[in-house]
Design a protein around this ligand. Sequence first.
Ligand code: TTP
Ligand code: MG
Length: 609
Amino acid sequence: MNSNPPAQAYQFDLKHAVTKNRFVGFWRMMTGFRWLYFGAIATLGLASLFSMLSFLLIRYFVDEALQQPDLHNVLPYVALGFVGLALLQGAFSFFSGRLTAQTAEGVALRLRNYMFDHIQHLTFTYHDKMQTGELIQRCTSDVDTIRRFFSEQAIGVGRIIILFVINFGALLSLHVGLALVSILVLPPIIIASLFFFRRVSKAWEAYQEQDAKLSTTLQENLSGVRVVKAFARQEYERNKFEGDNYEKFRRGRNFMLMHSGFWPITDIICGAQILGGYTLAAFLVMDGTITIGTYLAYAGLLMNIINPIRNLGRLIVHMSTGLVSFDRVSEIMREAREPLTEGQHQPTGGLRGEVVFSNVSFEYEPDTPVLENISFTVKPGQTVALLGSTGSGKTSVVSLLPRFYDYKSGSITIDGVELRDYPRKYLRGQIGVVEQEPFLFSRTIRENITYGVGREVSDDEVIAAAQAAAVHDVIMTFPDGYNTLVGERGVTLSGGQKQRVVLARTLLKDPRILILDDATSSVDAETEDSIRGALLRLMQGRTSFVIAHRIQTVMHADLILVFDKGHIVQRGTHDELLAQGGMYRRVYELQSRIEDELEKEIASVGLPL
Ligand code: TTP
Ligand code: MG
């Protein structure tokens, strides 16, 4: 069932397909598939040729064969001719269909792969802004519309031109005047379709936008289903969804109405053409200008030429959807990728881990500073603790180190080299981050622990890491141990368990610089104590950044930085800061008092400690 995908699908760079002229863009997307495309058109041309010949054979049969005295001698050949032509037509139609499918599906396959790869390389800033539902919509529905463009419209253009040329040629050979009259229909159809083209484009764009909005709502409500339930907001969410959904219905209906307004117009024009043609030809037969055989052949050929003309209108209108989707997809493709390997400084060994911030300022949005003039120095192997109220910029400081974001001014150096000179890929290999909100993939626990280690890992190593992160015993209670699936189809882990799985992952990665962003926030005090040993071992010999709210967690750090509104307001060791007074001491005293009172309370109730 699952055949190996062609290697080129992953390696092809579609960046050059993003151009102003969308048709040029489509042409470039077809690189590597153009021969298939032309093959599809050529076979289609042959199929049409055989269809046209069968009408000429009718004329021969009626006008000449029927008049011959030895009809029974000719008849088998004529019959054979009809059967042969029909078989040839069928065979070439079949090949054409196959080649068309290969072209369209191939282009779409490559485009989807490219988009997936591209989106993973876009910057954090881009992902912060772009809605997930919108991205999903563009990678699925819009790519599919482009696929349809290739399977229907791109092939359709070739098909229409060929059908037109072949059948018009045949009509001319029958009777020049009749032939010319038969294509009177062309200008009104083209005018009508151009008239609808812009309207349908707009309607389709509006529809796709609303569709994306609905995907976003759905996706958000699915991931936030707990919040919805916790606040009993189902009704509100339902109404909101119904509103959005109705708008999609309205826009979809509008789009279809536009289509259905267009079809009858073309059908009427074409019907009038057929009627006129047949009537005129009938008069010519009565005149004796043309024979009955010619009339019959004309009747068939006229249908053969009217159909492509009618389809031309539909095709022009349909094409507008492909063009809109092309724009939506190229909007993503146009976004610059985050260069992973750019940067001239790439030491062969690991980093030592000396980190110096001097006067660093940073903002996510222009003119809303998040960090201002941050300066501090960390020696290799030291531990820095970052403390401060929520929103004070702690996560922002540490996300500058792996170059998730670029700082605005000042300088950050690691081992004396400016951060911007290190390739991002190298830095990210050297820095281990335990994020504030741990994320696990819907894969096995083992896969989650070994994620991104970049080498074969033995079972013993995985178990050792899990033990150090105090999660091994939990994993062993699951039915399949380390092979248990996490997420929808498997076990659901608690926040603390997830955090410890991520800790185990980071232990295995063995980074030179370690960032623990509130890594023990979802862990109770007792478990925190049990993994403190693991954390201390993990931090040994590495430069570590620890963000925490409990002073107990950070009091042994070599340097404690207290943040407030994007500034460092206090710095020093635990003892120095206590002596200084200020925010640190206030927080320390508050936390100690709470813990003391809690202990007393528990003791008075008689609970075992
Ligand atoms: P953070 O650096 O995330 O604050 P924090 O880590 O100190 O807070 P917490 O203890 O709750 O984890 O945010 C600092 C400011 O930057 C805050 O005002 C929110 C803003 N911000 C953005 O504008 N965009 C972002 O992507 C993030 C992460 C924060
Ligand atoms: Mg934070």
